[in-house]
Design a protein around this ligand. Structure first.
Ligand SMILES: Nc1nc2c(ncn2[C@@H]2O[C@H](COP(=O)(O)OP(=O)(O)OP(=O)(O)O)[C@@H](O)[C@H]2O)c(=O)[nH]1
Ligand SMILES: [Mg+2]
Length: 186
C-alpha cells in the first residue's frame, strides 16, 4: 500500500488530503479492510486495456461497503491508460457504468497525465462537501476556482437531482451514496 499527503488550497481553505493507494492482491484484503471505514472519498480506477479490471469494480465497491465505508462518501471512477488506442473498455461504457451509480467518470492516463488533475479535483471538491463542518462559502469558492480551471467540466451529468449543475454546488446530502446507490431518489 502506498501512502501520501497532498497539502492544497481549496476555496481559500488549507486542506491536507491523505491518499491511501490500496494494493489489490488477495493477500492484502485484511490490510485494505482497515482503511474503508475512515475514507472520506474513494477513487475507483480500472485499466481501460483490461476488461477484467473494469468488471472487478463491483467487487471493490462491495469490499468497501463490507469494510464500513461511509454511506455518503463520494466516489469518482477513472478509466486509466486512456492513451491506449485499442481500449478493451470503451470510455462510454465506463462512463455509463459510473453515471448509472451516480458517480463522476474520467478518462485518464498516468502515462501522459491527461485527466488526472480533473479526476482528483472533482473528488476533492466532493470530499469537501462531504466532510463535516466545512462552511458553504468555502465549498462555493472551491467550486468556483476549480471550475475556472475547467477541470470538472466532464463530471457534469449523472448526478440525479443535481444533474447539469456544477459539481460542488449541488448541496450536501443529495449525492448518491456508496451504501445506498439509489440515494438519488432523495
Ligand atoms: N500505458 C500505461 N501504463 C500504465 C498507466 N498507468 C499505469 N500503467 C502501468 O500499468 C502497470 C500496473 O500499474 P500499477 O500502478 O502497479 O497497478 P495497480 O493496480 O496499482 O496494482 P496493485 O497496486 O498491485 O494493485 C505498471 O506497469 C504501470 O507502469 C497508464 O496510464 N498508461
Ligand atoms: Mg497500486
Amino acid at each position: 500500500m502506498d501512502y501520501g499527503v497532498k497539502p492544497l488550497r481549496l476555496g481559500g481553505a488549507e486542506v491536507r488530503v491523505n491518499l491511501f493507494d490500496l494494493a489489490g492482491g488477495d493477500a492484502f484484503k485484511t490490510v485494505r479492510m482497515e482503511f474503508y471505514k475512515d475514507a472520506q472519498g474513494l477513487l475507483l480506477v480500472y485499466d481501460a486495456g483490461d476488461r477484467a479490471s473494469f468488471e472487478a469494480l463491483e467487487r471493490w465497491v462491495g469490499e468497501a461497503r463490507e469494510g464500513g465505508a461511509a454511506g455518503g462518501a463520494p466516489v469518482v471512477v477513472v478509466g486509466n491508460k486512456a492513451e491506449l488506442l485499442a481500449a478493451a473498455v470503451p470510455a462510454n461504457e465506463g462512463r455509463a457504468w459510473a453515471e448509472g451509480q451516480g458517480w463522476a467518470f474520467f478518462e485518464a492516463s498516468a502515462a501522459t497525465g491527461e485527466g488526472v488533475r480533473a479526476a482528483f479535483a472533482t473528488l476533492f471538491l466532493q470530499m469537501l462537501e462531504f466532510a463535516p463542518g466545512v462552511p458553504d462559502r468555502v465549498i462555493a469558492a472551491a467550486s468556483a476556482s476549480v471550475l475556472q480551471e475547467g477541470e470538472v467540466g466532464r463530471a457534469r451529468g449523472g448526478w440525479g437531482p443535481t444533474a447539469g449543475a456544477p459539481v460542488g454546488m449541488g448541496g450536501g446530502g443529495r449525492r448518491p451514496s456508496l451504501l445506498k446507490p439509489d440515494a438519488r431518489a432523495y
